[in-house]
Design a protein around this ligand. Structure first.
Ligand code: TRP
Ligand code: ZN
Length: 482
């Protein structure tokens, strides 16, 4: 789905060729000689231009819908942690420029056939990119259906910092959490938050296992010892928030007080202590939904729920409509991941450098929930951050540009939350909470940047806030006055 922000100005072709060349991609096609009016069909770029992940996403395409038909066999008992995944991805997309070829991100799996508009097409693949050459070429604005048949052996991929992510093979299935660029380890994607799409899933696994994806469960069918789980996720979603987690899950369904259908998937093998903590925390989901609706506006999606796996990637993730937890779901983390549904999922980062808008808000949401529950107040949590000594390297992170290896650093979370609390002090409660709701209403369904946030803060409050945000977000030093 196109983001709800103004489209960038179209770059004249000469300038576009320079950009393309600087990304080391094949040069744009030349116009047919003597035919100045004919469209110039170029290759779509191999990335959308996010400096932190240059190959993430793809130029020239806007995906509307992914239908992911997956067939998965986890490792045999006692065998090494590799699985077998076969997929057919049916991708509805629109060309946003005249295209002689376009890319999809795909990693560690092999494409065996690509069909565009009903016909098999030429394609090539390297370790990160699948390049498709549709014929006839695609004209800007044309919508087409791309069917990629692919598959291979799944492993346990790691992000650039060495954290497990993507399709993480486990003894009884797979944990599937993609932030920031792990989606291509299990499906061909335009893997950048600036291209949100709706999703549907048909996931076939050995009978007895449960496959849990985003959205609403449409049913399951078992035949010949295999069960197919059908999920529908119609809300626009960034690829990093998709999941298709497989395991020994018990599903439970209920309707929260605000009317949202909740589907929780709890691993049958949680240790008793973790099961008790998890049950007590998840029992607060309905109350938390109401709490965050009061602050951020209506819950933006058709469903919610949690996946709690007995295995671990070492962190939780706000997978859209179905947050993922490793081994246990603790109350603070449950509040954190739920708040991300507004802050991060509905309003997503324009660039990965804008990640503090996700983590700062989610951490601040934990602070607000804690205060509401009679524990530490937001002011106390803020003072705890300010108690970090000025010479601590914590203060060296530039929150609005933490670098690709710093997107999950402590400062992005805690200084990000402290920034919001300081802003609240600066503009007052009324303007601050009006800002939170306006932020979600204005940018929900798309992406937004730090500059968008600063501009909205200024317009909602009527204050000039450049100096404030410089101190909190741009300076590699501890704020002393603002
Ligand atoms: N987005 C997750 C959260 O805050 C965090 C996350 C994703 C993460 N990948 C990570 C944290 C890798 C540490 C390491 O809910
Ligand atoms: Zn988070």
């Amino acid at each position: 789905m196109p983001a709800r922000r103004p489209a960038p100005l179209k770059i004249p072709l000469a300038a576009a060729s320079v950009l393309v060349a600087s990304l080391c991609i094949a040069p744009a096609a030349h116009a047919a000689p003597g035919n100045p009016g004919t469209p110039r069909y170029g290759p779509g770029t191999a990335g959308v231009g996010d400096p932190y992940f240059p190959l993430a996403g793809n130029g020239g395409i806007d995906v509307l819908h992914y239908d992911l038909d997956l067939d998965y066999t986890p490792p045999a008992a006692g065998a090494p942690l590799t699985g077998e995944l076969q997929g057919v991805a049916t991708i509805d997309l629109v060309a946003t420029q005249d295209l002689r070829s376009f890319n999809l991100d795909l990693r560690g799996l092999t494409a065996t056939q690509v069909v565009v508009g009903g016909k098999a097409m030429a394609f090539s693949q390297d370790d990160k990119e699948l390049v498709v050459s549709p014929r006839p070429k695609l004209k800007a604005g044309a919508q087409t259906e791309v069917v990629v048949t692919y598959g291979g052996t799944t492993t346990r991929p790691e992000d650039i910092e060495g954290a497990l992510y993507g399709w993480v093979t486990t003894a009884d299935g797979a944990m599937v959490v993609n932030e920031p660029d792990g989606a291509p380890t299990w499906f061909p994607a335009n893997d950048h938050p600036t291209d949100k799409a709706s999703y549907s899933f048909e996931i076939t696994v050995p009978e007895g296992l449960v496959a849990v994806a985003n959205g609403l469960l449409q049913g399951s069918e078992t035949s010949a010892g295999r069960t197919t789980w059908l999920w529908d996720a119609p809300d626009p979603m960034a690829a990093y928030l998709a999941t298709a987690t497989v395991g020994d899950f018990a599903l439970s369904q209920y309707t929260a007080a605000n009317g949202t259908p909740i589907i929780d998937a709890i691993d049958a093998d949680l240790i008793p202590e973790n099961r008790d903590i998890t049950n007590a925390s998840l029992a607060l989901t309905g109350e938390m939904l109401t709490f965050f609706e009061e602050r951020y506006g209506p819950y933006p999606f058709i469903a919610y729920g949690a996946i709690v796996d007995d295995d671990s990637v070492g962190y939780a993730l706000e997978t859209q409509t179905r947050s993922f937890f490793s081994r246990v779901a603790r109350e603070g983390t449950v509040a954190h991941e739920l708040s991300h549904q507004w802050m991060g999922n509905h309003v997503s980062p324009e660039r990965w450098s804008d990640i503090w808008l996700n983590e700062g808000w989610a951490t601040y949401s934990e602070w607000l929930w804690s205060e509401d529950q009679g524990r530490a107040t937001a002011e106390e949590s803020f003072q705890e951050v300010l108690a970090i000594p000025a010479d601590d390297e914590f203060w060296e992170t530039v929150v609005r540009d933490p670098g690709p290896f710093g997107i999950f650093s402590g400062a992005v979370y805690d200084r990000g939350a402290a920034t919001l609390h300081a802003l609240r002090g600066e503009i007052g409660d009324d303007a601050f909470f009006a800002l939170a709701k306006t932020w979600v209403a204005e940018f929900g369904g798309g992406t937004a940047s730090t500059d968008d946030f600063i501009a909205l803060s200024e317009s909602v409050s009527g204050q000039q806030l450049d100096a404030f945000f410089d101190v909190w977000l741009a300076a590699p030093t501890k704020p002393v006055s603002w």
